[in-house]
Design a protein around this ligand. Structure first.
Ligand SMILES: Cc1cc2nc3c(=O)[nH]c(=O)nc-3n(C[C@H](O)[C@H](O)[C@H](O)COP(=O)(O)OP(=O)(O)OC[C@H]3O[C@@H](n4cnc5c(N)ncnc54)[C@H](O)[C@@H]3O)c2cc1C
Length: 602
């Protein structure tokens, strides 16, 4: 069976019922005050074109100490930390617009964002031979908050061994002991501060409150299958079955824009310009001195006295480097781009988590099913949006597991994500629309694949998307790991506690046991878990595949750094929003020449 946007649609399907909720009231609802450059300056520019802060009584300046390209997870974090110093001026340029879309803020709205590709760059990979020759959707947020405004809100840091592996590769300052203080600094964990968790950071984190017996039964099934339980997979022990943690505050998404950017915009030394596509770095000799960008069809430029920091994400940061003549000289010359810095690693080393789901029909409908009746779900969406209460303030998923596919693995190499909504879920209302058969899925992801893809320019036109090749399941080891992951999910589904909720397995179908059967299922339905990284890999200048140094300077050129998912050298065992924010938190200290936080002793 092929998973298409239509499948997502029916899996989570919300129709026009809640489409009527619009966002002129957003500022009121979220208690945010957003002032608009255009309004404040009585300009004729429409308010949504340029939003931001400028120094009072002055026209908008064109020279800044720091220019940040991209207001995503990393960019918002950096904007907040750099502008804490009132003596520096910071400009942040964002290609997308404001996050007015209500589906961004209602946690249950996430599937709708994804299936309709809202606030998204609309990227797809090239046809992927490893997954049946299908182009794979590669969603990336194009809006303030970037991908943190359209992600599934899971708060996961990865395994401590991931960062110790980075350190063992020579990135000493990125060991677990070195990064843990920055994970703690980023968050406000609902259960308060501890040696692992933060208590007063900008990003609100909490356990899922989605109430469904399935969540408990999933964890019980894991234990019955012989796996551990972990009370906090972001704490002492990642491995095992535990409760889903989410970046949700007061019943609404806590994106990087909500957590970091909006509070920072209260400061007069931070300027945000939205709908501004950065097209090129401006250089003088071997130094980056600013950027060019297009806004409202007009080419503009801004100068950076100290540094330009690229936070455009895993696809766009290498894209912008390439457009500026930094990259593989052969690729650049083939498009008649002058080579400024030959750096073969730019755009290479692309890695992502691939997943496949085992799906089930429930014996009895779950709690979301009851609430999907059209009148109820409309009221629940309103309840979540206006008051931050009710079933729509969470994703229908309460559990999570990090497991070893075999005891020889050093770290958990499989992630299980239960999703309590069926493929046929949609609002219903008799006699107009029949209700659906309720079900759920266990999605299994391979955490540290060997396969590597790339991002490469297709044309020198900055408004055109680059070529994305993921190379999913290009190695036998990855293929075997994927089979093992699906088998683990099925094994969990067959345990007594879950058995009591399951009427039957729908896919891959109960009798499909062979490697060929599972491969066919993955070929037809495998999708990205949306954690691509690695295209501007961090490493030492002696590493020919490295793009940035351990302090995130682009190799071979001055006053330019990359700070986003692209610098991660390899995949960590989990979702990557929290690690990207951690990287930006740490980068902020590096950029300002501050002593790093003292390494943790845990
Ligand atoms: C559908 C989906 C679900 C996900 N689910 C989860 C999850 O549940 N948990 C989790 O931890 N992670 C999840 N992730 C991954 C995580 O959100 C991202 O890895 C992370 O947000 C990436 O941060 P970033 O700063 O590298 O890039 P982004 O957050 O993508 O930010 C890049 C920003 O730069 C802007 N930009 C790009 N190019 C330019 C340019 N030329 N000029 C100006 N602006 C530009 C973009 O518009 C964007 O706002 C998910 C991602 C997606 C897409």
């Amino acid at each position: 069976m092929r998973v298409t946007p239509q499948h997502y649609r029916v899996a989570f399907g919300f129709t026009s019922a809640a489409r009527t909720i619009q966002l002129p009231l957003l500022d009121f609802l979220t208690g945010q005050k957003r002032r608009c450059f255009a309004e404040r300056n009585q300009s004729s520019v429409p308010p949504r074109m340029v939003v931001g802060r400028v120094e009072k009584g002055r026209s908008m300046r064109n020279s800044f100490d720091y220019i940040i390209v991209g207001a995503g997870s990393a960019g918002c974090t950096l904007a907040y930390r750099l502008s804490e110093n009132p003596d520096v001026n910071v400009l942040i340029l964002e290609a997308g617009g404001w996050d007015y879309n209500p589906w961004i803020h209602i946690p249950l709205g996430w599937p709708r964002l994804l299936l309709n590709r809202m606030n998204d760059w609309m990227y797809f990979s090239e046809p992927e031979p490893g997954v049946g020759g299908r182009p794979i959707e590669c969603a990336r947020g194009k809006v303030v908050g970037g991908s943190s405004s359209i992600n599934a809100m899971a708060y996961v840091r990865g395994h401590r061994g991931d960062y110790d592996r980075w350190a063992a590769k020579g990135l000493d300052e990125w060991s677990y002991a070195h990064v843990l203080p920055y994970f703690r600094r980023q968050e406000s964990w609902e259960h308060g501060v501890s040696e692992f968790r933060g208590g007063d950071g900008p990003l609100s984190t909490r356990f899922s409150r989605y109430a469904d017996p399935l969540s408990e039964m999933f964890i019980a099934a894991g234990r019955s299958a012989g796996y551990d339980y972990t009370p906090d997979y972001n704490g002492k022990q990642q491995e095992g079955f535990g409760q889903w943690q989410a970046t949700i505050r007061n019943g609404r998404r806590c994106s990087a824009a909500v957590a970091y950017l909006r509070p920072a915009l209260k400061r007069n030394n931070l300027t945000l310009i939205i709908n501004a596509l950065t097209t090129r770095l401006v250089t003088q000799g071997n130094r980056v001195t600013g950027v060019e960008y297009i806004r409202a069809g007009v080419k503009r430029s801004a100068a950076a006295e100290n540094e330009v920091i690229l936070c455009g994400g895993v696809i766009n940061s290498p894209h912008l480097l390439n457009l500026s003549g930094i990259g593989d000289p052969d690729d650049l010359r083939s498009l008649d781009i002058d080579v400024k810095v030959p750096l073969r690693g730019v755009g290479k080393n692309l890695q992502d988590h691939l997943s496949a789901a085992v799906t089930y029909l429930r014996k009895e409908p779950g709690p979301l099913h009851k609430n999907m009746r059209l009148d109820r779900i409309a009221s629940e969406l309103g309840n979540a949006y206006f008051f931050g209460k009710g079933i729509a303030t969470d994703l229908p998923s309460g559990g999570m597991a990090f497991l070893k596919s075999n005891p020889d693995e050093k770290l958990p190499d499989v992630q299980l994500i239960p999703i309590s909504a069926p493929m046929t879920a949609a609002p219903y209302l008799a006699p107009f629309r029949k209700s659906y058969d309720d079900g759920f899925a266990i999605r299994a992801a391979v955490l540290r694949p060997e396969s590597r893809g790339y991002v490469r320019l297709k044309t020198a036109d900055p408004t055109q998307a680059p070529m994305i090749v993921q190379n999913f399941l290009a190695t036998d080891k990855d293929r075997r790991a994927m089979r093992a992951a699906v088998r683990i999910a099925r094994d969990v589904g067959r345990q007594k506690p879950l058995e009591s909720l399951i009427a039957k397995e729908l896919a891959p179908t109960a009798n499909a046991y062979s490697d060929a059967d599972i491969d066919a299922h993955v070929d037809a339905t495998g999708i990205s878990v949306h954690h691509p990284l690695g295209t501007c890999k961090m490493g030492h200048a002696s590493d020919p595949t490295a793009v940035v140094t351990p302090d995130l300077h682009v190799i071979g050129i001055e006053r330019l750094r990359v700070v986003d998912a692209s610098v991660m050298p390899d995949l960590i065992g989990g979702n990557i929003n929290a690690p990207v924010i951690m990287i930006a938190e740490k980068a902020a200290d590096m950029i300002q020449g501050r002593a790093p936080l003292a390494p943790a002793r845990v």
